[in-house]
Design a protein around this ligand. Structure first.
Ligand SMILES: *Cc1c(COP(=O)(O)O)cnc(C)c1O
Length: 404
């Protein structure tokens, strides 16, 4: 193995938020001070202002701030009345919360395998899953073999790339499914319909974002948001985030405490105007990885992220929440990079169908071969808007060192 010269060595974290904080620290501290002085800590003027800013940026009539991405999804499912006796289709290759929320409201998660290139749920796999495991009843509603009613589908725009929404719309229409987008990793990402482009989260009945600190815009703690077009659903969601209460102490529904803090909204409002610039910087870093990996002839050995919408005139064809490469030698490569002080991560090491807590669903190893393969082969490299080209060159030379 050709040794890297030691003068090149540096530590490369997976994500470094310090530069962003240096640039915005004053404004963030000022915004937090406003909140501390105001004595309003939950669902006040800062939440209102952030919701309005999101509506404007996202060109959507409703944005509802909530306590996390997980709670956003929980609130959506509850407000849609999805629960016991229902089934919801999603991907087994996602963060746990997506399927966890389906199970928590009492519905059954039904998994459909992913596309090998993008790691997003594959529309034809959804179609196969429905045709194989469900049947229409006399009213035309599709039911599982256990009699659960197929109600919704939750595609996840994984790593910052939108799912194939045109195909998913057709499936939603054919089987009368509610379409909920898990856009926790894809805020700002766009999808090219033939006549228009649309943003992640606005292409279905409801969409959710997470502002977990490591997401593309991160709060100073937990925070999330729901966006939707329908006035009635939006009103319901606002009620559900406060225990189904309207007016105070009169409860129409059994909701939860899904409220957003003023401090989090204040921080997010400072960060939102930078989202596009940060996404562009993430894309530039991804392009640089791609070019350097190709130059080192490493693209013959590892697969780089697919960019299926790049050529269709979109600005935000990918927002690179993660830059994920693939190789069958993933574990050995990861160990090598770790010795070179380069942090990497595995999203995700085990498909949800093989998780212990979902054993009751009756899936087994081998049910979702592409998910299982991805779980063995994917590796996330360091990426964030401020990552230096030197750090990226060092990462690529360490990968080259491994394969030489
Ligand atoms: C982060 C994430 C969530 C959950 O968001 P939290 O804010 O951490 O609750 C849900 N789905 C996906 C795909 C995520 O990446």
């Amino acid at each position: 193995m050709a040794k890297l010269p030691s003068y090149l060595a540096m530590r490369v974290p997976l994500l470094d938020l310090s530069e962003q904080y240096c640039a915005l620290g004053d404004s963030i501290r000022e915004a937090i001070n406003d909140v501390l002085g105001s004595g309003r800590f939950i669902l006040g003027p800062k939440v209102d202002a952030f919701e309005k800013a999101m509506c404007a940026y996202y060109n959507t009539p409703h944005a509802i701030g909530v306590s996390s991405g997980t709670d956003a999804l929980l609130a959506i499912l509850m407000a849609l009345g999805i629960g016991r006796g229902d089934a919801v289709i999603t991907t087994p290759y996602t963060f746990f919360a997506t399927a966890g929320c389906i199970a928590r409201v009492g519905a059954r998660p039904l998994f459909a395998d992913i596309d090998r290139e993008t790691c997003n749920i594959r529309p034809s796999a959804i179609q196969e899953c429905i045709e194989k495991t469900c049947q229409p009843d006399a009213s035309g509603a599709w039911k599982t073999k256990n009699g659960e009613k197929l109600r919704a589908m939750i595609p996840v725009h994984l790593f910052g790339l939108c799912c194939e929404m045109e195909a998913l719309h057709k499936i939603a229409e054919r089987y009368r499914l509610v379409l909920i987008e898990d856009a926790a990793q894809a805020i700002g990402a766009e999808f090219p319909f033939p006549e228009r482009t649309a943003k992640a989260g606005t292409m279905g009945d409801a969409g959710l974002f997470s502002f977990y600190p490591s997401k593309n815009i991160g709060a100073a703690g937990d925070a999330g948001m729901v966006v939707c077009q329908d006035d009635e659903l939006a009103q319901k969601l606002r009620t559900f985030r406060e225990h189904g209460m309207e007016p105070r102490y009169f409860h129409h529904f059994i909701g939860g405490n899904f409220r957003l803090d003023e401090i989090q909204a204040a921080v997010l409002a400072v960060k939102l105007p930078h989202l596009e610039t940060w996404a562009a910087a993430r894309r530039a870093a991804a392009d640089f990885y791609g070019a350097e990996l190709a130059r080192a002839r490493l693209t013959e050995k590892i697969a780089v992220p697919a960019e299926p919408y790049r050529e269709r005139g979109l600005t935000n064809h990918h927002v690179y929440h993660q830059y994920v490469i693939r190789t069958p030698m993933r574990d050995a490569l990861r160990e090598h990079l770790s010795k070179r002080e380069i942090d990497t991560a595995i999203y995700y090491p085990l498909g949800l169908h093989e998780q212990k807590c979902f054993a009751y669903l009756g899936y087994k190893k081998g049910d979702f071969p592409e998910t299982e393969r991805a779980a063995r082969e994917t590796l996330a490299l360091p990426i964030y808007p401020e990552i230096s080209r030197d750090a990226q060159r060092y990462v690529v030379s360490a990968i080259a060192e491994f394969f030489s």
